[in-house]
Design a protein around this ligand. Structure first.
Ligand SMILES: Cc1cc2nc3c(=O)[nH]c(=O)nc-3n(C[C@H](O)[C@H](O)[C@H](O)COP(=O)(O)OP(=O)(O)OC[C@H]3O[C@@H](n4cnc5c(N)ncnc54)[C@H](O)[C@@H]3O)c2cc1C
Length: 665
């Protein structure tokens, strides 16, 4: 049995699966979480989890196709070996969760039911009604409780991770956390620290993410020296329910079960939507992308919805941008059985029954594809080498990241239902690497206690100086609202360089104003005011790296869209002109791939600004190709691209054949 102790920060799907596997391998785990682990944001996940399955295999689906869909969906911005490993593990993960008791929906014959999600033509998504995240989380929680009872896991709920403790050699030796009830600080020495702290949606103020998704833990690791990858890639989900307090998701599963997105052809048609005849409705996703229809990937669906409302002026309402998401043609019984959880949410917050009236929805910030940069070791078969110390390790040795807070699996756009897979996969897969980490060199006791004492003092001083601040004229909650409004305005669906540059300056100003915040609660008992103010302070470095990365990336890729660098489709109507434009489009695509197919890597500078560099991407398994999803008018581009690829492959084969031929002669 392995020994040692690992500190896992975060008890969502990623953190719990890592904890379960570590305990199984005999490693002691301290599991720290801001909220009770069963309240982690993963509990909100609705639609399902992806993997190849018996049904899709009958239609010709394979792990490789899931891998290809994920890479294509992510616009080729991911290293391919980790993604391949993840999709290869998909079927095993679903079987495991099934055995752990997740009540996946079943067909009348007793097989696991599947639905379709965006960016694929196969029904790859297993689901438990529309509360899949909750069922997965509770199943893992039960396992972790078992190990807790056996003494292998110790849970620290309502604790805030404040800083990784890093020794003079740059190795992470543990962390300092704070009890959010007594407000006491505690040092956690560990053989390795794993961050599983989820996304950073609160940087945008209102989003579909939970209110604890501040990104504070990741920001603290980043400020302590860990690199951040692809920060500018933030997913805006196409279908959310606008709300004054927060934006609530209307899961992609609604479209996966047959929901249709449309607007009246007549701008702001005042009629009840049910009275508008089919011919007077514009099903714009189905019209523009007949192959994928309402299930084009999220970045595309989001831009199309945004465009139809802003450019075409066809928003359903004049003063509030929205389109219809219509389920009314589907049977009530099926809707209740498969989508009950999300339909109740709509009914509760909008006061309208979506089974009989089309819903009104609009895009909302939802997910961060970027996150802490993590490493991997490639295996001979093109996947990841299990047990390698490098897997999921950040740029700080001994500090690991898994789940939504790493940058590894989703590139420029995440496909729906792939996140739950990447969270559970990275949690399970990192465990053997952590076991290896527990047998590494240990610091001497004296130098270790010097390190931890210094870190504790630093955090105590930061805390006390915040509590002691008097007469400040800034309110942290009002500042947060300003930050959120600014980020939502400039760094979501459409991005423009002049706005991004100006916003960067404004975020720096907000950060300076944050130093003048005074707290309404200066007590030292369950003080949420000080906890939030600290988290807000740590949002600015993340906001800056998002803006800087977006400013520098002069292209359109996945969720990152700058109209100034868009590549419009073919405008010519005559065959010669069309061909010429398709060739020019492919030339430009090749040039753009050479320049921009690389990850943005941000390092926190001593001056508080992100220093940006770029990392080449391992595309050795699937060569990049134009990402058109059967767009009407895009077929000629695809044809030209295919011809070029075949020609290049022919040249490659000829080149490869040459040395042999020389040898023979
Ligand atoms: C509404 C909604 C529905 C979704 N539905 C789906 C879906 O159907 N399918 C899919 O694949 N994806 C879905 N997603 C995405 C998916 O839910 C998340 O990406 C995933 O659950 C993240 O899991 P995680 O384990 O990485 O982090 P989380 O579940 O967010 O857990 C983070 C953990 O870190 C802890 N933590 C955070 N900061 C600190 C700190 N400073 N100190 C201590 N602890 C800290 C928290 O307490 C928590 O325990 C959905 C997302 C949303 C917003």
């Amino acid at each position: 049995m392995a020994q040692g102790r690992v500190l896992v920060i975060g008890g969502g799907l990623a953190g719990l699966s890592a904890t379960m596997r570590l305990a199984e391998l005999g490693v002691g785990v301290d599991l720290v979480s801001l909220v009770p682990v069963k309240r982690s944001h993963s509990v909100c996940a609705q639609g399902g989890i992806n993997s190849v399955n018996a049904l899709t295999r009958q239609q010709g689906d394979t792990e490789w196709k899931h891998f290809d869909d994920t890479i294509y969906g992510g616009d080729f911005l991911q290293h391919q070996p980790p993604v391949k490993e993840m999709t290869d593990w998909g079927p095993r993960i679903i079987d495991l969760m099934d055995r752990l008791g997740v009540p996946f929906n079943r067909t009348p014959e007793g097989f696991r039911d599947q639905r379709r999600f965006g960016g694929t033509l196969y029904k790859r998504t297993a689901f438990a009604g529309a509360t899949t995240g909750q069922q997965l989380l509770y199943a893992l929680d039960e396992q972790v409780r078992r190990y807790e009872a056996e003494g292998r896991v110790k849970k620290w709920e309502f604790w805030d991770f404040l800083e990784p403790v890093i020794d003079d050699g740059g190795h992470c030796r543990g962390a300092v956390c704070q009890d959010l009830v007594s407000m006491k600080f505690h040092a956690f020495p560990a053989d390795a620290v794993v961050l599983a702290t989820g996304g950073c949606g609160l940087v945008y103020g209102r989003s579909t993410m939970s209110m604890v998704c501040t990104g504070s833990a990741v920001s603290r690791a980043y400020q302590a020296g860990a690199c951040y990858g692809n920060g500018e890639f933030i997913q805006v989900h196409p279908t959310a329910i606008p709300g004054a307090d927060k934006l609530r998701l209307m899961s992609e599963s609604a479209r996966g079960e047959g929901g249709r997105v449309w607007v009246p052809r007549k701008p702001q048609d005042p009629r009840d939507p049910r009275d508008i005849p089919e011919a007077e409705r514009c099903y714009f996703l189905e019209e523009r992308y007949p192959k994928y229809g309402n299930l084009v990937p999220r970045d595309i669906a989001t831009r199309e919805i945004f465009d139809i409302c802003t450019t075409d002026g066809l928003s359903v309402e004049k003063d509030r941008l929205c389109v219809y998401l219509d389920l009314t043609h589907l049977s009530r019984e099926m809707l209740d059985r498969k989508l009950g959880g999300i339909l109740e949410i709509y009914e509760k917050f909008q006061g309208v029954d979506p089974r009989s009236v089309p819903m009104k929805i609009f895009p909302a910030v939802h997910y961060s594809m970027g996150g802490l940069w993590v490493d991997y070791e490639r295996s001979p078969s093109g996947g990841m080498e299990e047990g390698s110390l490098r897997n999921q390790q950040t740029s700080v040795p001994g500090l690991y990241a898994i789940g939504e807070c790493d940058y590894q699996y989703h590139g420029a756009n995440r496909l729906g239902a792939n996140s739950l897979l990447s969270c559970i996969f990275s949690g399970l897969f990192v465990a053997p690497s952590l076991v290896a980490a527990t047998s590494g060199s240990k610091p001497e006791a004296a130098s270790s206690s010097r390190l931890f004492d210094a870190a504790l003092r630093r955090q105590e001083q930061r805390h006390e100086s915040l509590l002691a601040r008097r007469g400040g004229d800034e309110n942290p909650y009002a500042l947060h609202q300003e930050l959120g409004n600014l980020m939502t305005r400039v760094a979501t669906v459409v991005r423009r360089n002049e706005q991004l540059a100006a916003a960067y300056g404004e975020v720096c100003d907000l950060e300076a104003r944050w130093r003048r915040c005074s707290l309404s609660d200066t007590g030292n008992w369950t003080n949420q005011n000080v906890v939030f103010t600290k988290a807000l302070g740590d949002m600015f470095p993340v906001a800056k790296l998002i803006l800087k990365g977006a400013l520098l990336r002069d292209e359109c890729r996945g969720a990152h869209y700058k109209p100034a660098f868009a590549m419009p489709g073919i405008a010519a109507t005559d065959p010669v002109g069309k061909r010429r434009e398709a060739e020019a489009w492919c030339d430009r695509f090749e040039e753009n791939t050479r320049t921009w197919l690389k990850s943005t890597i941000a390092r926190h500078g001593a001056d508080g600004h992100p220093q940006i560099s770029y990392e080449d991407i391992d595309t050795s398994l699937i060569p990049p190709r134009p990402r058109l999803y059967g767009l009407v008018g895009g077929d000629l581009i695809e044809e030209v691209w295919k011809e070029r690829s075949q020609k290049a492959a022919g040249n490659g084969a000829a080149k490869a054949a040459r040395p042999e031929a020389v040898g023979v002669s």
